[in-house]
Design a protein around this ligand. Structure first.
Ligand SMILES: Cc1cc2nc3c(=O)[nH]c(=O)nc-3n(C[C@H](O)[C@H](O)[C@H](O)COP(=O)(O)OP(=O)(O)OC[C@H]3O[C@@H](n4cnc5c(N)ncnc54)[C@H](O)[C@@H]3O)c2cc1C
Length: 296
């Protein structure tokens, strides 16, 4: 069955770090007419224990391999609608969340998602990692999601209470490889936030965050008092370069590639930061970005 898929495809461009990487098998999910094919591939991989990797915007994953040994699936399932009367937003998983937030303001006078303007990545990525911007979190307005439950090869509806949302996590992240998210419904009628913030997120992203080959904040913040960026700066790694890999001068928790970094360079720098922070502060830095490596 996998023989029909494209093989040995260059996927370097699909992760923001742009490290050189290939896929043994490759499938592009374009729209719902290909749902049966997608379900078949996922289920086949699941029962045969062939690894599969699903990519949305690729803004939160580091490819730590030369060639992915299984199937890489690029999700391009797009489309969204907003109903003024009910304030319900329905979006397919490959839609860019920032684009939706921008258009909602421009065309619908709907400002509830303002803080998501500038957040890289897709609807799926936001739900999967419960992405948050200055107090606004994806879970806040989440109602339900239509998913493929891969082990049973069926589509299901998950309600908010099924999702186990927590800081940068959800049921989908806790059970990797079991769900493929298709569509999500959000209720934008009520402002709900984790904490209030009057930060100008557009200015902040433009001027305070580095641009380039990065997946944003690399490590989770151990606490609000001790941010990962502060700890990295304290152990003298801010701006330090290891071949093509470095932590940004502008924001020390932004791991970057100058375009020439291999995944080995990036991993070495990650380990160095974890080691130094552990030695100096007895704090373990946990990656927020998913590192995809073999053996798992
Ligand atoms: C400059 C910059 C700033 C950032 N700022 C923030 C911020 O303020 N707040 C924040 O929370 N995050 C931030 N991020 C991180 C990133 O934007 C979010 O984590 C985003 O939600 C990831 O979305 P994505 O579509 O790129 O996910 P991807 O990286 O493509 O995928 C994430 C995970 O989902 C899996 N996956 C993808 N699609 C599917 C699917 N349909 N079904 C099943 N599994 C799937 C992947 O295998 C992977 O494990 C930032 C990143 C950058 C580069």
């Amino acid at each position: 069955m996998l023989d029909k898929l494209r093989q040995h495809v260059d996927i370097s461009e699909f992760s923001n770090f742009r490290t050189p990487s290939m896929a043994r098998y490759f499938f592009e999910f374009q729209d719902i007419s290909e749902l049966w094919q997608l379900q078949e591939i996922l289920h086949y991989c699941y029962i045969k224990e062939i690894p599969y990797l699903i990519i949305g915007g690729g803004t939160n994953m580091l490819f730590a391999f030369d060639e992915y040994p299984g199937v890489v699936i690029i999700n391009r399932y797009k489309g969204w609608s907003y109903d003024d009367a009910t304030s319900l937003l329905e979006a397919s998983s490959a839609e860019n969340i920032s684009d939706i937030a921008t258009i909602l303001e421009r065309e619908d006078d709907q400002y509830l998602w303002h803080r998501f303007i500038g957040l890289p990545g897709t609807i799926w990525g936001a739900v999967y990692g419960n992405a948050g911007c200055f107090g606004l979190e994806t879970e806040n307005n989440f109602v339900s999601a239509e998913v493929i439950y891969i082990p049973a090869r069926e589509t299901r509806i998950l309600q908010k209470q099924d999702m186990d949302f927590s800081y940068r996590s959800s049921l989908l992240k806790e059970h990797p490889g079991e769900y493929f998210l298709l569509r999500v419904t959000f209720d934008l009628s009520q402002k709900i936030e984790k904490y209030a913030s009057d930060i100008d997120n557009i200015y902040f992203r433009e001027h305070k965050q580095p641009k380039g080959n990065t997946c944003g904040s690399f490590f989770k913040n151990p606490s609000r008092e001790q941010s990962a960026g502060y700890l990295i700066e304290q152990v003298w790694l801010k701006g330090v370069k290891l071949w093509g890999a470095f932590f940004s001068e502008k924001h020390a928790n932004f791991l970057m590639s100058d375009g020439s970094a291999t995944y080995e360079d990036l991993l070495q720098l990650i380990e160095e930061a974890q080691h130094r922070v552990q030695e100096t502060f007895s704090v373990s830095l946990v990656p927020e970005v998913r590192i995809i490596s073999f053996p798992h």
